[in-house]
Design a protein around this ligand. Structure first.
Ligand code: IPM
Ligand code: MN
Length: 380
């Protein structure tokens, strides 16, 4: 029997609760389809960090490298300074495994409770597109710093010179301190994400690829992004293209989501837009994502965070995680199992009995997972 090794990092807060359901469901799908999933558990996250000071050690990265995929819950804990776990675990994994695609479907499932979608007149057919978020560059590269009055005047001059800050600021008289952060995009980085976006359009029979930027203000990096988009698009003459400024794009997500097929976006705008995308598809509890390296180890997770406000209550909606699990199965080549998982979610929604509180019900996280497992067993 084929066996796949899956690195399992439930992480913090509701991450642990929703991943437990995802594992249940994936195991049920693997039984129906006759393959084996070997989950290798890693404790990375806040508890582990607070107890040991360790984020993700090198030897774990070397082990994870040999797995077929990573299944991750969420990172973040109010007891740990914001950014430590997010950067030290989540971004560390994305960067280490060069997961340069963040694949985020925005799709309103059928049979969601009424009024869950905040866009009154929109139907499942209207909200159905794929966001391809660049996942390793842009403002996520972590280059930046601070320069302070007095002892670091030289540093400020260097910053000014290097990055051509255009205003006439005298640190001695006008400003006590500055902070700066750089966005960086590379030709290779742009081209590979553009290519992936166009290939996604071809594979899914989609007509349009929209590129997002803010080239009217952040001209250096996003002109570069645009040039790359135009150049890659020439290899796909049958796909229509448009270039949208990020602010207009946000407006269109709300006003006419039916306009979109595939959206390719720089990292930070993609982060923001996909929270908006999650809301229009029924809330953060429903939105999955895949951090993909087409030639390496990919990682699947819900878009939502650790939700400390509801953690430990067993009421988080596991749809996003289970859906991410379906994307994981798809990525390892178990396409039928992936479809069964989605069909399982859809069947449970159709019956409409099991609903977590965000869906207006009083079911527990585990009830939803159990219901999907039961639905999948029926496909045997
Ligand atoms: C996401 C998250 C992360 C991001 C954070 C936790 C670092 O918001 O996956 O969208 O900004 O990418
Ligand atoms: Mn985000």
């Amino acid at each position: 029997m084929t066996e796949y090794k899956i690195s399992l990092i439930p992480g913090d807060g509701v991450g642990k609760e929703v991943i437990r359901e995802g594992v249940k469901v994936l195991e049920a799908a693997s039984e129906v389809e006759n393959f084996n999933l070997k989950f290798i558990y890693y404790p990375f996250g806040s508890e582990h960090y607070l107890n040991t000071g360790e984020l993700v050690p090198e030897e774990a990265l070397n082990e994870i490298k040999n797995s077929d995929a990573i299944y991750l819950g969420a990172l973040g804990d109010p007891r740990v300074k914001t950014g430590i776990l997010e950067q030290g675990v989540l971004l560390k994994l994305r960067f280490h495994f060069d997961q340069y695609i963040n694949l985020r479907p925005v799709k309103l499932l059928k049979n969601l409770p009424q009024n869950l979608c905040p866009l009154n007149n929109k139907k499942p057919d209207d909200i159905d597109f794929i966001v391809i978020r660049e996942n390793t560059e842009d403002f996520y590269v972590g280059i930046g710093g601070r320069a302070k009055k007095g002892k670091t005047k030289k540093e400020l001059e260097m910053v000014r010179e290097l990055y051509k800050i255009k205003f006439d600021l005298d640190i001695e008289t006008d400003a006590d301190e500055i902070a700066y952060q750089l966005g960086v995009v590379s030709k290779k980085g742009c081209e590979r994400v553009m290519k992936y976006a166009f290939e996604t359009a071809v594979e899914n029979n989609r007509e349009w690829v929209a590129s997002v930027d803010k080239a009217n203000v952040l001209a250096h990096i996003y002109d570069f992004w645009r040039v790359s988009f135009d150049s890659v698009s020439k290899n796909y003459p049958d796909i229509k293209t448009e270039k949208l400024l990020v602010d207009a794009c946000a407006m269109f997500f709300v006003r006419c989501p039916e306009r979109f097929d595939v959206v390719v976006t720089p990292n930070m705008f993609g982060d923001i837009l996909t929270d908006l995308g999650a809301e229009i598809q029924g809330g953060m509890g429903t939105a999955p994502s895949g951090n993909i390296n087409p030639n390496g180890v990919s990682m699947f997770e819900p878009i939502h965070g650790s939700a400390p406000d509801i953690a430990g209550k067993g009421i988080a909606n596991p749809i996003a995680s289970i859906w991410a699990g379906s994307m994981l199965l798809d990525s390892i080549g178990e396409k039928d199992a992936a479809r069964f998982v989605m069909k399982g979610i859809e069947d449970v929604l159709k019956i409409g009995r099991v609903k977590t509180p965000d869906f207006g019900g009083s079911s527990k996280t585990g009830d939803f997972g159990d219901a999907v497992v039961d639905a999948i067993r029926k496909f045997e």
